[in-house]
Design a protein around this ligand. Structure first.
Ligand SMILES: [Zn+2]
Length: 338
């Protein structure tokens, strides 16, 4: 049989089967004759031999194709680092937020060592291009290249705290392994805005221009409210602002109430359910932020009283949905009083 095929290959210049035939014979039995009939082994049936020849070649190429089409062991993605937790002596677990896979955790090995090449590229809030290897439990960051580091934001304590607050909001409210491209884009745009705001304020300070507390944090503070509101809307917790959340009657332009547990604004007739008063200015501001793009909202200039009221209402909503306070709130409050 073997001689027959080799002769065929040599003479006709047909498909090179000697290798595949050799492998087949090895796999079937040590003698190479276990599955061959007498006529084949004696080389007396060229038709059967040719058929086997074709089958062997097909099996061989199918095996190669399966090997090449196996799922890859690694993948590349862009990510914003939301959180870092120490692991062992030198490693860290990163909470990553990506445009395609949503939020997930990965191991960055050796990033707590001073000589680590990865460390500078996987800082908190850093937007990086990562290469990850599939792991048994958690994927492993094998390469990282920082794309945006938000340096202005990092050089100002108030703005840096705001950046960490944004990351905490996403970490708490977004489920793992769920794609949220809209929230990813919103987080990135907000970080860029806060970074630019911090840069503009630093320039003003360098010119020795005296700044009021309102100028110091006004724009970023409004941007935080806008982000909170639109984050809740993106995950299905949009507050009710047009009608009473209890009796559904239309909200009139007057002082109303608010209760996060009932989902939004309450009319004066339902005042027994009010958790806090809601001024007409605050209601207008919330409605405007709810339906407008940031480019329009950025033109708003709320005074300190309105800022405080909007913040209180949004904190009520976030606390109700989260069932606890955010860690960053106490830091933001501390920064404001410095
Ligand atoms: Zn009502």
């Amino acid at each position: 049989m073997v001689e027959h095929l080799l002769a065929k290959e040599k003479v006709a210049g047909s498909i090179p089967v000697s290798r595949s035939l050799f492998l087949f014979n090895r796999a079937t039995s040590p003698s190479g004759k276990a599955r061959l009939c007498k006529s084949c082994t004696s080389g007396s049936n060229p038709l059967v031999a040719s058929l086997l020849d074709v089958i062997f070649v097909h099996v061989f190429f199918i095996a190669i194709r399966c090997f090449l089409m196996r799922s890859p062991h690694s993948y590349a993605t862009e990510a914003i680092v939301l959180k870092r937790t120490d692991l062992g002596e030198a490693d860290r677990i990163l909470t990553l937020f990506t445009p395609g896979k949503g939020k997930f955790h990965a191991v960055a090995k050796g990033t707590r060592r001073p000589i680590s090449k990865l460390a500078g590229h996987v800082d908190l809030l850093c937007r990086s291009q990562l290469q990850l290897a599939l792991g048994r439990n958690l994927d492993i960051v094998t390469q990282a290249e920082g794309r945006e580091n938000f340096m202005h934001l990092r050089s100002d304590l108030w703005h840096m705290t705001c950046g960490f607050y944004l990351a905490e909001l996403v970490d708490r409210f977004v489920e793992d392994q769920t794609q949220h491209y809209d929230i990813y884009t919103m987080l990135l745009e907000t970080l860029r805005y806060v970074d630019a705001d911090a840069g503009a304020l630093q320039q003003q300070r360098e010119k020795a221009t005296p700044l009021t507390p309102q100028q110091e944090e006004g724009h970023t503070r409004l941007r935080l409210r806008y982000f909170e509101l639109h984050l809740l809307m993106a995950i299905g917790y949009e507050p009710v602002l047009a009608n009473c959340a209890y009796c559904a009657s239309e909200i009139r332009p007057e002082e109303n109430g608010f209760k996060a547990a009932l989902g939004g604004v309450l009319c004066p007739q339902c005042s027994r359910h009010w958790e806090r008063r809601l001024s007409l200015d605050a209601l207008k501001a919330l409605r405007y932020m709810q339906r407008s793009k940031w480019s329009d909202v950025a033109r708003m200039r709320p005074d300190a009283r309105l800022h405080a009221e909007l913040e209180a209402v949004m904190y009520d909503l976030l606390r109700y949905h989260l069932e606890r306070d955010m860690k960053s709130w106490s830091f933001l409050e501390m920064m404001r009083n410095v």
